[in-house]
Design a protein around this ligand. Structure first.
Ligand SMILES: Nc1ncnc2c1ncn2[C@@H]1O[C@H](COP(=O)(O)OP(=O)(O)OP(=O)(O)O)[C@@H](O)[C@H]1O
Ligand SMILES: O=C(O)[C@H](O)[C@@H](O)[C@H](O)[C@H](O)CO
Length: 229
């Protein structure tokens, strides 16, 4: 951008009028981050993004993550697929996981996300309950491995009775409704100081939730692109 106070000189150092805008180099018009996102392409940015879709069982992580991954044309990583069989068996028999059970799982999710970004993806969308602050902090270590990585959390929340009802109605999943209460028991909702978190109320219909999450993600991308320019 030209400053109003800037003075211009010719090759001999004599003052000259500022160049008219007709002579300024032509700037290629780039699509806005919003347009790029809607077209299924990410805007050029030196940053790569890990989008974690988080919250307790039944909040809609898988449903929302698949929608966002498709809308932004990004790989989708289903966090549940990275649990060891022992964890699945435990949850299926109604026993909540402990911190120790979750530790290697969280590290595996971080590594898988970084691996996908290293393969050339501009971002990844990952489901992970990330119920406690220290679990989120495990993923927040990712930029230590690659300084261009930005981690964002999308925290999906609704009252316990709403999620209980949704998990109860869901068929063919190892996580039963009897596990919802334990998830709320240990849940540490992200605090204000966790500035990398987008919180979305998911009590409403899924279409409304998906629209809201997509628009908040696009805003976050646009803010990063603006900051990069
Ligand atoms: N906003 C919504 N309104 C109504 N039903 C929803 C909504 N979001 C998700 N569901 C339904 O609730 C159930 C749970 O959603 P989903 O499996 O996406 O949640 P999840 O957070 O991934 O669960 P889990 O942690 O147990 O894997 C599904 O049957 C899904 O179709
Ligand atoms: O941290 C946890 O206790 C687990 O990640 C659970 O959240 C399950 O993986 C998920 O809810 C399965 O549906």
């Amino acid at each position: 951008m030209l400053s109003h106070n800037k003075s211009f000189t010719n090759v001999n150092g004599q003052p000259t009028p500022p160049p008219s805008s007709d002579h300024l180099p032509i700037k290629t018009v780039q699509p806005t981050s919003m347009e790029a996102a809607l077209n299924g392409t990410q805007p050029e940015s030196k940053h790569h993004h890990i989008w974690l879709i988080t919250g307790p069982a039944g909040c809609g992580k898988s449903t929302v993550a698949q929608y966002i991954a498709k809308a932004l044309n990004l790989p989708y990583i289903e966090g549940d697929e990275f649990h060891p069989q022992a964890n699945i068996d435990k949850m299926a028999s109604g026993i909540p996981l402990t911190d120790a059970d979750r530790w290697d799982w969280l590290t595996a999710l971080r590594e898988e996300s970084l691996r996908r970004l290293t393969e050339g993806s501009q971002g990844v969308v990952l489901t992970c309950s990330a119920l406690k602050r220290k679990y989120r902090d495990v993923i927040r270590v990712a930029p230590y491995y690659d300084h261009n990585v930005l981690v964002h959390f999308v925290y999906l929340h609704a009252p316990e009775d709403v999620l209980l009802q949704r998990v109860g109605a869901r068929k063919g999943h190892y996580m039963g409704a009897n596990m919802v209460h334990s998830q709320f028991g240990i849940l540490e909702p992200p605090g204000k100081e966790e500035t990398d978190v987008i919180s979305v109320d998911v009590s409403g219909p899924i279409e409304q939730v998906e629209r809201e999450v997509l628009s908040r993600v696009e805003e976050a991308v646009a803010a990063v692109v603006d900051r990069d320019c």
